[in-house]
Design a protein around this ligand. Structure first.
Ligand code: MN
Length: 452
């Protein structure tokens, strides 16, 4: 917005609202913020519409998964209907493609959506023209999912023969050429279509700039994360299009709550001997989160909704490292975890912004004296360490290792359709297994009295 150029029109690009879903906290005993967990998804959508009205945008794009399920709940449908009616009063059009969570065909809208709302067909590509003061300002092109899975390359029919207008294409895709479930598609295929100025994508729940301009290709991410897998602040994108078709793209935060994983490595501190020491560390970490600025995805310029939505954090702690306190923690793990959760929540709930502890994982290990000396001097350990480092660095070696893990692990999995009988093996877990192996080897060597 620092630009002096006049903007011709502006719109909001959003996706994956998932109306009808809730925030999946594991314990649900904090009455003050309970409603927030149930209402967060609706409220984030409300924030977005509030912002759209305040910023006087010309239209909103919703790129799939407005609803969480094919069978929409009355509540979700009602919320959506009411927001659309408000947007109509403010002359804001809404363009929608359906995604894998709310494909066309199975169930229709419960309410008669107002005529400012355009839902793209799933049988053929449609092309809507957007006028402002009787002048054509943009063409909006798209096609909806027909069912839960979409294997058709619908974007191949996104044909606009006229580049005298600003052309926007809507697509719900994982952007993976080999993924036949969520619209197989590659970056190259998208940029081949020369008449599209902006690719408004949906499906990936994280804000991502795939291509900055000519054409711009972006994912806005989910407006409100619903579990620990959906970390970072959620929101939508505000796109201002100038007379010369250059764009200003900013991020509009809409989340009420940010999910956060906090790792505490007790080896980083001197003498963590008892619960008091641990409590002090956790409280200080929590305070520092509350003091710190929220990280905006992709370093985008930020415009805030007038509602100033952020209310707090939902936190999962991972306590790891070696220390004397390990034995005490392990002895009565469940009760100690419950005690710490209660202590932290008492401390952090009644704040201007809350920090709600949802769960704590204890991954500590026993302390060894002279550990550093051992690492330096044990020749067996050092040799094994070299092998492990090689595996971590070398893709080929890693692949070989993964092969030997066996069938319990699933390497290529579908995040939207998880096989409950297998363990999803991502890079993080592979590294965890290797590092765990290193720790076990070290412990065994020390216990067996390996000389150093
Ligand atoms: Mn989605």
């Amino acid at each position: 917005m620092s630009s002096l150029k006049k903007n011709k029109f502006k719109f909001i690009h959003a996706a994956d609202i998932h109306l009808g879903s809730i925030l999946h906290v594991t314990c649900n005993e904090v009455r003050e913020i309970d409603t927030l967990f149930k209402e967060g998804v609706y409220k984030a959508f409300n924030n977005m519409c509030e912002f759209a009205i305040e910023a006087k945008v010309d239209f909103i794009l919703l790129c799939g998964d407005v609803y969480d399920r094919e069978s929409r709940t009355v509540r979700a449908a009602e919320v959506f209907y009411n927001q659309c009616a408000r947007l109509k009063q403010n002359n804001i059009n809404v363009y929608i493609i359906r995604g894998n969570h709310d494909p066309i065909g199975k169930s229709e809208e419960l309410f008669n959506l107002p005529d400012n709302v355009y839902v793209f067909d799933s049988e053929k590509t449609e092309n809507f023209e957007m006028y402002k003061n009787d002048k054509l300002i943009a063409r909006i092109i798209g096609q909806s999912y027909k069912g839960k899975w979409e294997g058709r390359k619908v974007f191949e029919d996104y044909i606009v023969n006229d580049n005298s207008s600003y052309n926007i294409a809507l697509l719900h895709t994982q952007l993976e050429p080999k993924n036949n479930n969520y619209l197989p598609c590659s970056f190259k295929e998208l940029i081949k279509n020369e008449n599209i100025n902006y690719w408004a994508l949906g499906h990936i729940h994280k804000c991502r700039i795939i291509n900055e301009k000519s054409p711009a290709i972006l994912y806005p991410g989910i407006p409100q994360g619903r579990d620990i897998g959906e970390r970072e602040i959620g929101g939508c994108l505000l796109v201002e299009v100038m007379e010369d078709y250059s764009t200003n793209i900013s991020f509009v935060p809409t989340s009420l709550v940010i999910w956060k994983k906090i790792i505490v490595d007790i080896s980083d501190y001197d003498n963590v001997e008892n619960l008091n020491d641990l409590q002090d560390i956790l409280v200080e970490k929590g305070e520092s989160i509350l003091r710190s600025q929220v990280e905006i995805p992709e370093n985008l310029e930020t415009v805030y909704s007038p509602l100033q939505p952020l209310k707090g954090y939902i936190v999962q702690w991972d306590i790891q490292g070696r220390g004397k306190i390990n034995e005490a923690l392990r002895e009565d793990e469940e009760n100690i975890v419950n005690y710490i959760i209660e202590m932290l929540n008492k401390h952090f709930i009644q704040r201007e912004k809350f920090l709600y502890t949802d769960s704590i994982e204890i991954n500590t290990k026993k302390a060894f004296e002279d550990l550093e000396k051992f690492k330096e001097n044990s020749s067996i350990f050092n040799e094994i360490n070299i092998v492990l480092e090689d595996i971590l660095q070398d893709g080929g070696l890693k692949k070989e290792l993964v092969k030997s893990f066996g069938n319990i692990f699933e390497k290529k999995y579908d995040i939207e359709d998880i096989n409950e009988e297998k363990i999803q093996l991502d890079e993080e877990i592979i590294e965890e297994i290797i590092n765990e192996a290193r720790e076990i080897v070290m412990e065994k060597l020390i216990e067996k009295g390996e000389q150093f």
